[in-house]
Design a protein around this ligand. Structure first.
Ligand SMILES: [Zn+2]
Length: 412
């Protein structure tokens, strides 16, 4: 039997204190203010800002928190993410399945955070909501600059950091490219010639490069899998063998006569002959009659390569969506005033969220595959996180268990 909604509500109130909900709304307000401050500068676009924030999140994950001597220690004060990185991190964590896969397989350093570093971010926010104002004598800005070479503050970085680094997928040369200008990195028609191997770097080439690099890594290490295949793709086989089978099948589609992968330059030439992008060529090859992959699964398999960042989730797109949602919260006054939410508002939100969890739990216990994801200790209000509906997805792992735990339904 499931727990009555009233009991569930009081359990939630114990589990997720009001202060956490208020703090969560406070940082959403700070993110909104930060994004809106971008439009006050001539020539700055939100799109470029989201691209930059995603790149800076990548640097934070790869260069700031990926430090050997910390082991699995929780985040340290000097690792406080810049505010725009905190915003992108929030978007990264909003897709539980993809975040779970990334933190298990690709970026294990993400596991140093048990949950979103809410208290750390809120502590650094003072009265000026669009930036951290409590950073005097704080170790984070210096630590960030040493490890990334970039400005810590998001606005200072927009102003002063004019280039980003791109690794050429053909020769591995680190190439500095401009953010702005006609064909800067954030433009859809981004185009830059690699100074070493002369390949034309475009978003299409970078995406294809990311695809082949992932394929190579997954082929070499049986513990790795291609993005989205550990959790999201359904199959008859167990997860581990299913993942390596997928890797082998994908590999066969692009294997050359010497047993290695066909060179990226050669695949670029083939796609040019067929007058399609390299990613379209890859999709066509994976769906060809010679491939035993299920054609309907190919778009899902390739989804993680439709953007040129190393995360499984498309963070730039997630930021666009998150911004729309944050604007609603902001316009309703939830994230910008000290009087809202009142205790009564919060009480209603807890009740609403308890009902929502109850519905998930009933679906889980009846074996229905049509589920909502939940994230461990997420805020108790749909006003804070609108539930996103995932249809026909089998959910495994901690998210379903969390729903069962919160609703006190034993796992079958
Ligand atoms: Zn090159």
């Amino acid at each position: 039997m499931s727990t009555p909604t009233a009991d569930l509500k009081s359990a939630l109130q114990g589990d997720i204190p009001r202060i956490n909900v208020r703090n969560h709304l406070k940082i959403l307000g700070a993110f909104t203010d930060l994004i809106e401050s971008i439009s006050k500068h001539d020539g700055w676009t939100r799109e470029e800002f989201f691209q930059r924030s995603t790149y800076r999140l990548q640097l934070w994950v790869e260069k700031v928190i990926n430090v050997g001597d910390e082991g699995q220690q929780p985040l340290q004060a000097r690792e406080l993410p810049p505010l725009d990185v905190a915003m992108a991190l929030h978007s990264l964590m909003l897709s539980p399945a993809r975040y779970f896969e990334d933190s298990e397989l690709r970026f294990r350093q993400l596991k140093r955070m048990e949950e979103y570093p809410l208290a750390m971010v809120v502590d650094a926010l003072g009265t000026d909501n669009s930036k951290y104002s409590r950073l005097e004598n704080h170790p984070a800005p210096e630590h960030w600059r040493i490890h990334t070479g970039l400005q810590y503050d998001a606005i200072d970085s927009m102003q002063n950091d004019t280039t980003r680094s791109v690794t050429c997928p053909a020769c591995q040369e680190a190439v500095l490219v401009s953010w702005r200008g006609d064909r800067g990195f954030s433009a859809a028609d981004f185009h830059h010639t690699c100074p070493k191997c002369r390949i034309a770097l475009t978003h299409d080439v970078l995406r294809a490069g990311k695809f082949f690099a992932s394929l190579n890594r997954a082929r070499e290490d049986p513990k790795l899998c291609l993005p989205n295949t550990a959790i999201l793709l359904r199959g008859e086989l167990g997860v581990t063998s299913r993942c390596s089978n997928i890797v082998n099948e994908v590999w066969k589609c692009f294997e050359s006569e010497n047993g290695k992968l066909t060179r990226l330059e050669d695949i670029a030439a083939l796609s040019a002959t067929e007058r399609c992008s390299i990613m379209e060529y890859i999709a066509k090859t994976l769906s060809s009659p010679q491939s035993i992959l299920i054609p309907e699964n190919v778009p899902l398999l390739l989804r993680a390569f439709e953007h040129s960042y190393p995360f499984t989730q498309d963070i730039v797109d997630a930021l666009r969506h998150q911004y729309q949602f944050m604007q609603i919260i902001h316009d309703e006054g939830w994230s910008q005033s000290t009087s809202k939410p009142s205790d009564d508002d919060l009480d209603a939100a807890y009740a609403e969220y308890a009902e929502f969890l109850q519905r998930i739990a009933i679906q889980v216990s009846s074996g229905c595959c049509d589920l909502y994801p939940v994230f461990s200790r997420s805020p108790p209000a749909r006003r804070v996180h609108p539930p996103k509906r995932y249809t026909n997805v089998v959910w495994e792992g901690p998210f379903v268990r969390e729903a069962l735990r919160v609703a006190q339904i034993p796992e079958s």
